[in-house]
Design a protein around this ligand. Structure first.
Ligand SMILES: Nc1ncnc2c1ncn2[C@@H]1O[C@H](COP(=O)(O)OP(=O)(O)OP(=O)(O)O)[C@@H](O)[C@H]1O
Length: 288
């Protein structure tokens, strides 16, 4: 069975262009054919934001989707080719209560790609379905983050890597702007507020989604497209709405995506009405 049969209705299906390529070829292409759009962007984010440091033990969170599978392979390549920094990797996959076919697809893909995942169960789908029917996505994301941090900590890791990429960053920025009226982006790393000595890192920060899709489809892999069993059929995705909006904007403003991304680096504090820091609100008039 192909996973298009089990995906939610609102999910985009990534259909491979051809049969699965041999693993050695997939690995080689990451650093050769996709050097500019994947490998260099991954290493640049790591360097710019010091995402990987000496002695780190990093829990790489694998959902089985295209983004986190690529992230796993990039980390494995980094370990192979980087001689300077000593770091260790754990690959963790949380089973929130997947359909058995989804779980099998996850396991089979990871076996083929030689990603040694540690799967653990959380029962999140069941809990969310029972106690948070009206806001399942919010609750699910919160519980998922907690479950991943706990597992990472249990394995002795000091960092948790998530597969958010460039487009997730700009979509989040616009979601905040349009739906909550604030300016807030997604950061490349942050300290956990609930788990001491744990950091969250996003090494795909500079990587564009279209290049991840191209790589995955060219590799011949069927990723998990949308494994949600709770909300997928109930709600349309606001993120999808932002994605479409950005595509429209790019037709007339080709660099719109890059400008949204860079705007979070170029905030002019002399032309800002108000801001929040550590839960405290400030107005520019406080400093007038
Ligand atoms: N069940 C899970 N087990 C482990 N990690 C997860 C799981 N679900 C999500 N993650 C992590 O959180 C990141 C963001 O999750 P989200 O659901 O937004 O992913 P996505 O955009 O569909 O990415 P992916 O293609 O990797 O699934 C994933 O890239 C992955 O690193």
């Amino acid at each position: 069975m192909k996973d298009k049969d089990i995906a939610g209705e609102s999910c985009e299906i990534l259909v491979p262009f051809h049969e699965r390529k041999p693993l050695e070829e997939i690995e080689r292409e990451i650093i050769k054919k996709y050097r500019k759009v994947l490998w260099s962007k991954f290493t640049k984010a790591i360097k710019d934001y010091q995402l990987v440091e000496e002695g780190d033990k990093i829990a790489v969170a694998i959902s089985g989707g295209k983004d986190s599978m690529l992230m796993a392979k990039l980390f494995q390549e980094l370990k192979k080719h980087n001689g300077q920094i000593n770091f260790e990797l754990e690959f963790i996959a949380m089973d929130p209560g997947y359909h058995p076919d989804i779980k099998n697809l996850l396991i089979e893909n990871c076996e083929y790609l030689k990603i040694p995942i540690k799967i653990f169960e959380s029962g999140i789908f069941k809990v969310v379905n029972e106690i948070a029917r009206d806001y399942p996505c919010f609750m699910c994301a919160k519980m998922r983050r907690g479950a991943l941090y706990s597992k990472a900590k249990e394995l002795g890791c000091n960092k948790l890597a998530l597969g958010h990429h460039f487009n997730d960053v700009i979509e989040t920025t616009l979601l905040n702007l349009f739906y909550t009226g604030n300016f807030k982006t997604m950061l490349p790393k942050l300290k956990s507020s609930n788990f001491s000595d744990m950091e969250l890192i996003r090494p795909l920060y500079y990587i564009e989604e279209k290049n991840i899709q191209r790589f995955i489809q060219n590799s011949g892999i069927w990723p998990l497209n949308c494994a949600c069993m709770v909300a997928a059929k109930k709600i349309g995705s606001k993120r999808q709405e932002m994605k479409k909006l950005i595509e429209e904007l790019k037709k007339t403003i080709p660099n719109a995506d890059k400008s949204i991304f860079h705007s979070a680096k170029n905030v002019n504090m002399n032309a800002i009405l108000g801001w929040q820091k550590n839960n405290k609100k400030y107005s520019y008039l406080d400093f007038y």
